[in-house]
Design a protein around this ligand. Structure first.
Ligand code: ATP
Length: 457
């Protein structure tokens, strides 16, 4: 397979393809957009749902030790005091005194070194030009900017009614730990998994859906004895990496980046990012964190409710330790799209193909009558009706067949089923494959098992 697309073009091409074909639109676009929030269109909602289903299948359905949860977005405000988010969930923000643009300190050129210097109280920004207007010295000393969105519950806006939009899904897992454990009578080690919306008032959102202010997370907290946690941390690193490879991300586009002691989140004893090589460079898209007993201990302290675990094998009571895996559904979807995007020379033009794994493709099957003749259309619609209950599928009868194949290639549909004039006589159709473009003839009566086999389902 040739990869003709220049890497740096891929981000731009994907953004335009996503808009044109209905994967992702800027939110509130007719009003000029709503600041780094996105709507998933008819194809995007299928793709992202498939990504989430694949995660849920791997993390809940196929495991004998993990159960699911769907917690509320709005939680008691004390949750965020206990979790440390009110105090610590901040980014260092610097502002240019000339152009007034704001930047995250760690995203300036040389940001890692500047951030380390800041943490060591040795930061000097006098020789750092503003990345926007070039003025120097112009950048202010960093101030801590809390990323949580604040809102009010009830009709009165006072401090007693403050609520926060959750910046991560994890906290309801900790807060519900005891309820889940008792309802399911789980013994350590076990995990609780959750998929849901999270909100962060990012200073510098961007790179399409990579960093937005509203996004979805797929998080799992694995509870164990303290002595076992380091081993589970290593195990989860391998398992999560393998999951990404199974979604079609080449292993050579994935790497781990361990956090240095001074960059770890306030709760973490060890942390690593799984990074993917996006068109704009290596970036985190999953975090694996050894959170110790920090969260359960803090929630016990702040709520007054004992969240320790009673081990009937040893008659001991202790607070479990936690290994967390946390991946963005949107960011993972974006990585999968980047990895799937391919172009190859075609007769006159270029064939654009999304080489999505079949389980992730928005449509598995497209049914295409060769022409719009009523008798062909009728048979093709009959075939589509037979396919629909088995596979997410679509139907297209406008324009030449070659163009319709290209349209399906571009959105990643693995198989097309073509109904031609012969079909009226022999009750057979052609299955055409996206990747090889190979074609085989199959009787309509045997179509469903043939499609299932080709999809590897
Ligand atoms: P970053 O450094 O990129 O801001 P983070 O280290 O704050 O990310 P975590 O708090 O570990 O991220 O969140 C876990 C995962 O949630 C990330 O790996 C990413 O996939 C996703 N995520 C976090 N923030 C955003 C965002 N603003 N937009 C989209 N996805 C996000």
């Amino acid at each position: 397979m040739k990869t003709a697309a220049r890497v740096e073009d891929v981000a731009e091409k994907l953004t335009s393809l996503a808009k044109r074909r209905g994967f992702v639109f800027p939110s509130s676009e007719i009003y000029g957009g709503a600041g780094a929030t996105w709507d998933f269109g008819p194809l995007g909602v299928e793709l992202k749902r498939n990504v989430k289903d694949s995660w849920w299948r791997a993390m809940v359905q196929l495991r004998d030790d993990i159960v699911g949860l769907d917690g509320a977005i709005l939680m008691h405000p004390r949750v965020w005091e206990a979790s440390g988010h009110i105090e610590n969930f901040t980014d260092p923000l610097v502002e240019c005194s000339h152009c007034r643009k704001r930047f995250r300190l760690d995203e300036l050129p040389n940001g890692d070194a500047l951030t380390s210097a800041w943490r060591a109280n040795k930061l000097d920004l006098s020789k750092e030009p503003c990345p926007n207007c070039g003025s120097m010295p112009a950048l202010s000393q960093p101030r801590r900017f809390n990323l949580m969105f604040k809102t009010f519950v009830g009709p009165v806006e006072d401090t007693a009614s403050i609520a926060w939009l959750r910046p991560e899904t994890a906290q309801s897992i900790f807060v519900d730990f005891e309820s889940v454990q008792q309802a399911t009578r789980r013994k350590l080690p076990f995990g609780i998994a959750q998929i849901g919306k999270a909100f962060r008032n990012e200073i510098t959102p961007g790179n399409f859906i990579f960093r937005s202010r509203e996004f979805e997370q797929m998080e799992m907290q694995y509870f164990s004895r303290a002595a076992d946690a380091p081993r589970f941390y290593e195990e989860w690193k391998d398992l999560r990496r393998a999951w990404h490879v199974a979604q079609g991300i080449p292993a050579n586009k994935l790497r781990f980046r361990d956090h240095a002691a001074d960059e770890r989140a306030h709760y973490a004893a060890a942390a690593t990012d799984i990074e993917f090589e996006f068109p704009f460079g290596w970036r985190e898209f999953e975090g694996i964190h050894y959170r110790t007993d920090y969260d359960l201990r803090r929630h016990s302290e702040f709520s007054g409710k004992d969240l320790s675990y009673f081990d009937d094998a040893t008659n001991a009571r202790f607070v479990p330790h936690v290994v967390e895996t946390s991946v963005g559904a949107d960011r993972a979807t974006y990585a999968i799209l980047c990895a799937a995007y391919d172009e190859e020379p075609d007769k006159e033009e270029t064939r654009v193909v999304l080489r999505l794994r079949p389980h992730l493709a928005p449509y598995k099957i497209a049914v295409l009558p060769l022409s719009k003749k009523p008798e062909l259309s009728a048979l093709a619609r009959e075939v589509w009706a037979a396919v629909r209950p088995h596979f997410m599928s679509t139907f297209d009868e406008t324009q030449a067949i070659g163009r319709r194949y290209r349209r399906q290639d571009e959105i990643g549909t693995p198989l097309c089923v073509t109904v031609d004039f012969e079909s009226l006589v022999d009750r057979a159709v052609t299955i055409r494959e996206r990747d090889s473009m190979g074609q085989v003839r199959v009787p309509i009566a045997e179509l469903i098992p043939a499609l299932r086999e080709k999809l590897g389902a």
